[in-house]
Write a protein that binds this ligand. Sequence first.
Ligand code: PLP
Length: 391
Amino acid sequence: MNFDKPINRAGSQSSKWDLMQRGFGVDPKDGIAMWIADMDFEAPDFLQSATQGLIEKANYGYFCGMESFHEAVDWWMHSRHDWHVNPEWTFLTFGLGHGIATTLQAFTDPGDTIVTFTPVYHEFQAKIEKTGRVNLQLPLIQDADGLYRMDFDAYDALMTGREKLLLISSPHNPAGRVWTQSELTAMAAFCQKHDLLLISDEIHQDLTFAGQKHLTAARAMPEILDRLIITTAASKSFNIAGARTGCVIIPDPALRARFAPFFHSFDISPNLLGTELTKAAYSPQGAEWLDALNTYLEGNYTLFKSAIDAIPGLKIMPMQSTYLSWVDTKDTGLTREEVRKRVYETAKIAATPGHTLGKGGESFLRFNLGTQRALVQKAAQRLTDAFADLR
Ligand SMILES: Cc1ncc(COP(=O)(O)O)c(C=O)c1O
């Protein structure tokens, strides 16, 4: 469990490192990749053993025995999130992007409006648009502590009556908010009031900092169980996104009956590597590793925050979870292009530009801190230098 151990991912077909030149003009030779949401840590032994087990069998044919997968999911959800998941509720997808796109299409029609609270994970908007739906972006507001909050009174006035579904990120990508019980209760009332289904995307469920507790919608919003679809995966928590395995979980039988025929029409069945890695992750060893990871990530945040706090005009949003840090550049007085030059060209850091995450994200950058502490330190120093003249 040595998160400090450097691994060189450049040239390894890593999207994060090998596409940053194309995406940001940052050369991986001396640049730092802090954009797409995966981590630079070596896979832990329990994941390597699962992969090794497959290799030793020397056969990659059709497979059965999904009971052990569902047992692992149920064990994990119950032990970490106080929720028992019945195997009948779960549909396995090729990663969660696919799960979300399929769910949108199963429950809504082209032209229907889908609500998001923005800024939010950019692929929400992309999937809504690609599937021919319309996105109503309701902006989050910042409270006195700089945390994102929902403003339901304002949202009520913006609803048109054409909305069919609300899609949320819980915890929240990009800002790492862990929504509280009272926020989720208010959200449930909003869904009832406007007759909305809710997709609660909980892919970041496990990456919470000390003192924070992710509340799964299935337990926190029992009053809307008949409107609820939960999407989740081990992919962010254990850095196995390349294995493309996610779960769409639908506890309500009537909703499931609507979803199942559409889902099964694509003849999708699980992926061997993804199911084996998920099973290995959802284990006591996985739990121990994850606890250590969260402590390490929080340490990265503390370091990064102290550097950002010292740069005039930059403001970091307090993080409660994830490894994604959301930094506002508004008070620098610089244009987006000027900020881009300083971050991408001077500091040589590839960070996600906030405008891609929707309304309200325009002046922000998202930095991925899921990497070795030394690299976070280096990035912090480069940003300090790149903005030094603002002092
Ligand atoms: C909130 C959220 N949902 C879904 C995904 C996509 O997951 P996948 O890589 O499994 O498609 C991500 C990836 O960053 C995410 O942050």
